[in-house]
Design a protein around this ligand. Structure first.
Ligand code: 5CA
Ligand code: ZN
Length: 409
């Protein structure tokens, strides 16, 4: 699948800083130490509806990770998937009388547009679940042949007990896992499973649903977690630097994915670090397609909101925080954008080297984007009140904001 166009990332003077980030699996801060090519997998959308601000906030977090890495002169090998066949997509297609492939294509196209407008760096490979099926089938067969998967009325389940490390990503207790499994696509109530938490690897063909040749598995379609495992192993291999997504993916998705991959390869860990963004809410509830309380990036753009202001609204919140979107959040971002644009529109200003250093320090500190914004605010304030004579300063501020925050002034 094609991704979207990359915006150019200016190279900044001086030395970028290495990133310390919160790792869900250890529950604490870790110093990331990627090689010259940092490897990142971020879970992509299930394209049955347009990109909302919650999605955009999560992708913003991982865009910052890449910008920090690029600032340390590393290359980034970034992979993202598209869950272009799964229960919620098929259900929405039926409910709206739309062809499921047309629905997925339409929403994926809109997602690309939104990501481009928001200046999110594109993945090197953007891979759909459907196109990954030929890679998925042999993995499921292998798990079954190893005794780590079993059949139940034609469906194939992964046995969570086959991974000694199961539970180490989310670190939830058994009760929480049971509740979240039921809430997030699992089927703990289904009779005949070895462990109620066992997730499906291969869904046997069902009446009226799309299905593919599954070799010895029979016709069907892939389960959710194995999709991301097949794509990550194919493109990144084991022990890549960061697996990312929203906090709702820690369990079961990232937990199960890690177990699938660890059992398949006999290696540990799947990802060195698991990083999760907080949930964006609206009117007191998590913004979610199933609840319908959504603010779409594309709708804001249609309303004439500058994508740079949308991006500043996201950056104003720490990525790990759960926060509520309100009109005031957007208004504040618009005002900040106007102040910053005004401040860099002059030929000279106060020296900006300290501002660059403060932005670097802030982002290296678990992506503290609110602190990064405060550093730029301080420079803009100084420019507005006292001004300065440094001729390179406004340009350096623009390039810093562009390179490290993805905001074009
Ligand atoms: N296709 C799967 C991942 S393989 C999926 O979860 N798709 S999604 O469309 O439901 O979500 C895409 C990304 O947005 C995920 O990382 C998810 O955690 C994140 N996300 C969804 N809702 C919110 C929200 N309200 N706030 C923040 N992030 C969210
Ligand atoms: Zn995923």
């Amino acid at each position: 699948m094609h991704a979207w166009p990359a915006s150019e990332v200016p190279v900044l003077p001086g030395q970028g800083r290495d990133l310390d980030i919160h790792d869900t699996a250890t529950g604490g801060r870790v110093a990331l130490a990627p090689g010259p090519v940092a490897r990142l997998y971020v879970c992509g959308i299930t394209p049955y509806d347009a990109t909302h601000l919650g999605h955009a906030a999560t992708y913003n977090a991982f865009d910052l990770v890449q910008r920090v890495w690029l600032d340390t002169k590393r290359q980034v090998h970034y992979i993202q998937n598209v869950t272009d066949v799964d229960d919620p997509l098929l259900e929405r297609a039926v409910a709206t009388g739309t062809d499921w492939t047309a629905l997925a294509e339409r929403e994926t196209a809109l997602f690309r547009e939104d990501m481009t407008a928001l200046r999110m760096l594109p993945p090197k490979d953007y891979v759909g679940a459907v196109e990954a099926i030929p890679k998925i089938v042999p993995l499921v067969e292998r798990l079954r042949d190893m005794g780590a998967a079993y059949e139940l009325e034609g469906d194939v389940y992964f046995s969570v007990e086959s991974d000694a490390h199961f539970g180490e990503v989310s670190r939830y207790d058994a009760e929480t896992m049971g509740l979240l499994s039921a809430e997030r696509g699992g089927d703990p109530e289904r009779p005949g499973k070895k462990n109620p938490l066992d997730p499906m690897l291969w869904v046997a063909a069902r009446e009226g649903e799309p299905h593919w040749d599954g070799g010895s598995l029979g016709p069907g379609r892939p389960g959710w977690h194995i999709e991301c495992v097949a794509i990550a192993l194919e493109h990144l291999g084991m022990s890549f630097d960061v697996q990312g997504g929203g906090s709702d993916l820690a369990f079961p998705h990232h937990e199960m994915g890690a177990s699938h991959a660890q059992v398949l390869t006999g290696e540990f860990p799947f990802a060195r670090t698991y990083v999760h963004a907080g949930m964006v809410g609206l009117n007191g509830e998590k913004m979610s397609k199933s609840k319908g309380n959504l603010v779409f990036v594309s709708q804001l753009r249609r309303d004439g909101v500058d994508p740079a202001a949308i991006r500043l609204a996201l950056l104003a919140h720490h990525y790990r925080a759960d926060w509520e979107y309100t009109q005031a959040v957007l208004d504040e971002a618009k005002e900040r954008l106007a102040r910053w644009r005004d401040a860099v529109s002059r030929p000279d200003g106060p020296p900006a080297e300290d501002m660059l250093e403060s932005v670097r320090v802030a982002l290296a500190d678990d992506l503290d984007s609110p602190a990064a914004l405060a550093a730029v605010d301080a420079w803009a304030e100084e420019q507005a009140t006292r001004g300065g004579t440094d001729e390179g300063a406004p340009g350096l501020v623009s390039r810093t904001v562009d390179a490290l925050l993805g905001v074009a002034l």
